[in-house]
Ligand binder design. Sequence first.
Ligand code: NAI
Length: 509
Amino acid sequence: GFDEVPGRYKVRDLSLAEAGRHQIRLAEHEMPGLMALRAEYADAQPLAGARIAGSLHMTVQTAVLIETLTALGAEVRWASCNIFSTQDEAAAAIAVGPDGTPSDPRGVPVFAWKGESLEEYWDCTEQILVWPAADGAASGPNMILDDGGDATMLVHLGLQYERAGVVPPDTLPGEPDHTHEMNVVRAVLRRALDADPLRWTAVAQAIHGVTEETTTGVHRLYQLAEAGELLFPAINVNDSVTKSKFDNKYGIRHSLPDGINRATDVLMGGKVAFVAGYGDVGKGAAEAFRGQGARVIVSEVDPICALQAAMDGYQVARIEDVLDEADFFITTTGNKDVVTAAHMAAMKDKAVVGNIGHFDNEIDMAGLADLPGVTRTEIKPQVHEWTFPAGVGPDGTDRGDRSIIVLSEGRLLNLGNATGHPSFVMSNSFSNQVIGQIELYRDAVEAPSGDGARAYEQRVYRLPKVLDEKVARLHLDALGVRLTTLSAAQAEYLGVSAEGPFKPEHYRY
Ligand code: NAI
């Protein structure tokens, strides 16, 4: 069942709101960056008039983000960016609002629950792009806050569909190449056009910009910009240092073992863990396993990251060489086809397989389901045992029945099996989101009317380093950090201002 008022909210169970509100209250204490931004901008209301369509995991931490955006004056509509990542108590609390009750909700329109079908997922994404106006004339958002780029993709595909009448599977570079999912998306686009033939033109024209949370979404934005197809300016939040070097690394270091533990409770110490990819997420994943006493093997395609992994003390190997050795296989690449069905069929008995990259195409789940004789047993939601028939293994001997445990059906396991990153690290990421939203919205409303008057063009930007440093600053007191101050002579000697920014753009941290 659901609790639903069409156009207003659709959540699993509004009666969870009180539990959600308690968690939000505790999370606020752990999110000093967001709370400082609320205090700083309480009077200025820099987001007054902003209508933000948010597509980002509907967790407790995201609830604090949403209520920061509304505290700064924005109207918000929200959906999750993954079918398994919603915390239903957080969604309920957002729908009810801080001052409402389940019988009189006064919160933010939210369309999200844990365990959506793909059809429901894209319906929810469409819901955040429809702004019912008081006079009954629907309008759209004027800002997007995205994680993975699905809301942005829907607008871009919608416009192409409206103009050309077709959405070929390869129209948008980097779109998930899932035939079924693209058919679902097409149905949503078609329905919207049936209701209003100029629907997507109107939506696209109204949008001043998007702020994008993650590596995969940023990758899609750069592809669009390079093709000259990006419809509005974008801020790449992911590549703020206080995002990717914290959330992607330290967030994963916390939430990967959390997901594995809640899903399986299998001991990591003494076991062998294989981590595909040694970027920011891979580094956090490898460190998490090492911290639990596992022996970690990493795979990489990039010689620099491979060398880093080796220098950090990890064995670097190819997945083919460790199939019968590793107890855990975790993908962190943002690439596709990293773990194939043939790989899984050759894995050690009861190996745990999971993905923590953005999309579910890193592990070939469709290929696994197609293997002859394979069976799937649900241990609990988002935990499935896949059993292979007895047969002759690669070494020529009969290996007997074997099975592997696949987490979250190949989707982000830290959000599917646990509750994602902890509040403190998300406070850094989301402070960048809020600053990015203010930046793009202010640029649009302050620009003199007419084309070309805005400082931001249809390109992808990063926040200036001084704002990145500001986000870090907002989190120092809570950890008892005492920062050293440069003397005037020292600042001059280094050629920087004593207030920062402290590093050149090319510095890598
Ligand atoms: P990154 O670009 O820093 O790292 C990915 C690494 O994978 C690169 O070093 C690349 O060389 C390597 N790689 C690519 N193909 C490979 C292959 N076939 N085999 C082995 N290695 C391969 O990206 P980052 O920031 O680490 O993000 C990775 C993914 O995780 C993205 O999809 C991102 O959106 C997602 N992400 C997920 C989070 C979560 O909470 N689950 C949080 C942050 C990011």
